[in-house]
Design a protein around this ligand. Sequence first.
Ligand code: C2E
Ligand code: MG
Ligand code: MG
Length: 694
Amino acid sequence: MIADAADAKAVRDALVRSSDGLFHVDWVRSRADGLLRLDGRGTSNVAAVLADLDLPDSSGLDTFAQLHGAAPQIPILILTDPQHEAVARVALRQGAHDYFLKGHRDDYLLAKALRTIIERHEFAAMLYEEQDRARAALDAIGDAVISTDLDNRVTYLNAVAEKMTGWKRSEASGHKVEEVFQVVDSMTGEQVREAMELAMRDQATTALNPQLNGATHEAAPFEDSAVPIHNRQGEVTGAVMVFRDMGNSRTLSNRMLYLAQHDPLTDLPNRVLLHDRLNHAISLAHRRRKQMAVLFLDVDRFKHINDSLGHVLGDRLLQSVAQRLLSCVRRSDTVCRQGGDEFVILLSEITQAQDAAVSAEKMLQALAAPHQIDSHELRVTGSIGIGVYPDDGTDTDTLLKHADFAMYHAKDQGRNNYQFFEPDLNVRALERQVLESGLRHAIDSHELVLYYQPKVALESGAIVGAEAFLRWRHPERGLILPVQFVPIAEVCGSIVPIGRWVLREACRQAMAWQAIGIGPLRVAINVSPPELRDRDFVHWVRMILNETGLDPSDLEIELREAVLMQDAQFALEVLNSLKAVGVQLALDDFGTGYSSLSHLKRFPIDILKIDQTFVSELHTDSSTNSIVNAVIGMGKNLGMQVVAEGVESREQLTCLQELACPQGQGFYLSEPLTAAEFTRLCRRKESQAAVSMV
Ligand code: C2E
Ligand code: MG
Ligand code: MG
């Protein structure tokens, strides 16, 4: 917009020359034409205006005001006479970009200035648009976003953050971030002041598991991360914190995330979230040079409750257990359901390992109080293993694994107790793992065998029965005895299929002996508590007897006293069902438990087996003689057969014969034998008997 044609031409040539054709230059001579040009083709097409303020139809500031008013966003560069420089300065204050004095004009500089103005203007427009778009995007997402400057003062809140904190963006801006909302770490219960500061200091993303104490949210749990903001030079200028409201779970993705991290039955964190929390607790303990503990808790004999009372009650019991555990810990601790009847408790900060023991004791007590579920008053106990950071492991997996080993140790110690991890548990656990995995294919690989020990009528010396003992022919370790693997099989559940194999094999062998004229022999098998608790146990006994054709009265099932003591009502039901099938029931290792004979009267027991500890003391301790004598007498009175176990010497045998003990078994009479050896022994006895008859 230049009145003088010569001036206009010079400027135009300079612009075209210096811009390599990037500028399209339009020349108008009057203000009216200029305004028309701005309106006519739409303001956005005009990148900049070079205006001489003195035009035929307008002059001075008025020219500028009109132009600027018509298109305020378009940068205006003023061309003015040196004597009107003061006017140009005023225009500058009112929004003009720069001015050039006629006569002092350097066409090259003028073109450069114009170019810079245009580029900067375009960039600013782009930036504005970008920011606008970014702001819209930030408002649309379900997460809350807050940014701060280096001074930890709020510079920005998106719409969700406004809602969560109860602060408007305009109000919050400039306030210290902790005034706008407080972050409480859900592990420690402490305020997280330094969330943003940490991010800025470490120049890295900081993940937190805090709780938000905002105006509208009372300690709502949420997850967040704080990220430093860098300027173009790479310097930190502030931080952005993004957080997600877990409690409110307003968006579908939040809900899904919540579900992925929590156990639907108890609403406790599941193992996914546990790993996160554990990682966080470890890094916190590391930073503060503190200890922390992981407790692995397994509900004792839960499977039994589940099997006998049904899953619905079992689930309710687990919920009740979860509540009890929660009542024992601080808010900063985490109780998580690992799966099944296993729980993991994270004590995020302890001052000494003993603190974990105190918590464990508290949990055992809380668990032991009766759980009232509908009309049932259920009693459960738990076994707890403790792993302490950093002594028992410095990473999540090791700590969990070691707490798990310690839990198994607690089970071995008789359940309802807690144990700390000890390094030698590692060796035992490894051994256990090797055996456990080997056991799974022991049946299919035909590695299991039964040995048979004769039961002998003490008066005549005749073999009246055979007790089957399980052996594992391990491909590398040779013959393994039950003490080494039956307890493991009992815990890991493989005892049930193994027990079925034993039952079938013993029945099959008994039939095989009958087929070759040996006997009649009654075979006895040993049954562990988990087998008896298996709902299908009686069904399998009946089925296998049918399948093999063995008469039920030729099968004897040996149970240990403890089985009857644990859950008398349940045991009575199973024993009665077994009696209905027609099998014989023996009480094994009698005298090692605490049952009195009067207590035993309630159970349909046919055979009493006096434990070998009594037999071994028979001829050295006279009081033992009286005890055994009494047991034999009372057993007979109750209509039971009595068998003495572990007869190892002639003296013991003589004592038992004097006490009129009907039957016995033991190394002195015969060691456990393979089926073939047992057959040979019977044949030998037959021929000896035949010889003595002759
Ligand atoms: P149990 O039923 O009381 O068996 C007696 C144990 O004493 C057997 O050990 C037997 O070999 C051993 N024994 C026999 N005579 C003598 C003797 O004169 N002196 C001494 N010191 N010991 C003698 P084993 O075979 O190692 O079995 C140990 C326990 O393992 C059994 O105790 C039984 O409770 C369990 N068991 C064995 N076989 C099975 C099975 O097939 N299933 C289940 N669930 N448990 C089994
Ligand atoms: Mg036995
Ligand atoms: Mg025994």
